[in-house]
Design a protein around this ligand. Structure first.
Ligand code: PLP
Length: 383
């Protein structure tokens, strides 16, 4: 038995997407820059995927460029946008719950002379526009706020932030990696200038991401070379992964309502079960204002890592926070930003869902969780 609940870290590749990648690797393996027939076949695959990936964002394919990951797309968005605006101003506004692929480029830019303001969230992990109001001014050239947080699932008020564009002239970027295919594209308002996403969070292979840039928004590319992707991202395209991303985006768009409803049912069932069966738990996800793919819960008195490995023995896979930050000593900058106590952070488990999870499986998860938590609490050996 295997119950995979770590879908915010990565997802199983869809069969159709894997098949497409395989076909391209072994048969249609031409370089899209080649002038012959095989090059044209590869080019066609990319063209199809560009439209599908942009479609799932509710955007035109014209401004969409493929990258190697969500991380690269975020680096390009932040550094490319800020550096192209330096003559106009040097202020960047972001939040303290962004993914490291946004925060680290911001820190690099601070060294280059930019001023970066890290907005603080409220207790639900949500940025309030009053915070932005206080920070924004004429010098602000870039605002980067994620659509949904990767650890708690909290959705950010992008429409409220977009309203500031009436008064100020800044580039608005959103890291949509955790919300892509999990919210209707309209959630990201027209005022957003740059959207970044990642393939492996939506059942495409790892190693492919994308950035969408609105017409007339200027970005300086980071990768220089042969001028692929209209010069925005040089380097021979990862055609198998890009084409598979296109298939995954098509399927995600087709099934979006069904997938959201299923994840919502699974998440609510799991939370209600945890609440009913296990005392002293704390919900860290604002259920009324979050993507349905994430549920973050602290189990008082239990070290999350121990719980994770115990569940693993029963084939249940969860996370203790963002997989991307699991090698760092200070594990969760996000949960710290929410003002959780250290004991609540150390006992936090993230369950994250996909189209493949079922309500029936959650009965097993609740049972195994209850058994493990009560066993460790009786032992009382973890603090
Ligand atoms: N942004 C967010 C919110 C993420 O959760 C992640 C990965 O977990 C990324 C960016 C980075 O994406 P990738 O793994 O494709 O580099």
């Amino acid at each position: 038995m295997e119950i995979y609940l770590d879908n915010s870290a990565t997802t199983k590749v869809l069969d159709e997407a894997a098949k497409k990648a395989y076909e391209i690797m072994v048969s249609d393996f031409g370089n899209p820059s080649s002038l012959h027939h095989m090059g044209m076949v590869a080019e066609k695959e990319i063209k199809y995927a560009r439209k599908a990936v942009a479609d799932l964002m509710g955007r035109e394919d014209k401004g969409l460029y493929f990258t190697s990951s969500g991380t690269e797309a975020n680096n390009l968005a932040i550094m490319g946008a800020a550096r192209s605006m330096i003559k106009r101003g040097n202020k960047i506004i972001t939040s303290n719950i962004e993914h490291p692929s946004v925060l680290e480029p911001c820190r690099r830019l601070e060294k280059e002379g930019f001023e970066v303001v890290y907005l603080k969230t409220d207790g639900d992990g949500i940025i309030r526009s009053e915070q932005l109001e206080k920070a924004i001014d004429e010098k602000t050239v870039l605002v980067s706020i994620m659509t949904a947080n990767n650890e708690t699932g909290s959705l950010q008020p992008l429409s409220d932030i977009a309203k500031f564009k009436d008064r100020y002239n800044f580039i608005f970027h959103t890291d949509m990696v955790q919300a892509y295919g999990k919210v209707s594209p309209e959630y990201v308002p027209d005022g957003v200038d740059i959207i970044t996403v990642s393939g492996h969070k939506v059942h495409a292979p790892k190693g492919v991401g994308a950035i969408w840039i609105k017409e007339k928004v200027n970005i300086k590319p980071l990768m220089l070379g042969g001028g692929q992707e209209k010069g925005m991202r040089s380097g021979t395209e990862n055609v198998p992964a890009i084409a598979a991303f296109g298939i995954a985006a098509d399927v995600a768009k087709r099934d979006i309502d069904e997938n959201i409803n299923n994840m919502c049912k699974v998440r609510d069932y799991l939370w209600n079960g945890i609440k009913a069966e296990i005392p002293n738990v704390k919900l860290n996800t604002p259920l009324m204002n979050s993507v349905s793919s994430v549920l973050n819960v602290s189990f008082a008195g239990i070290r999350a890592e121990v719980l994770l490995h115990t569940l693993e023995q029963d084939g249940i896979y969860v996370s203790t926070g963002s997989a991307c930050s699991s090698n760092k000593k200070n594990r969760s900058h996000v949960l710290r930003a929410l003002n959780l106590k250290p004991s609540e952070i150390e006992s936090a488990i993230r369950f994250s869902f996909s189209r493949y999870n079922t309500v029936e499986d959650m009965d097993t998860v609740i049972l195994k969780l209850e058994q493990a938590v009560s066993k460790f609490r009786k032992l009382g050996s973890f603090r």
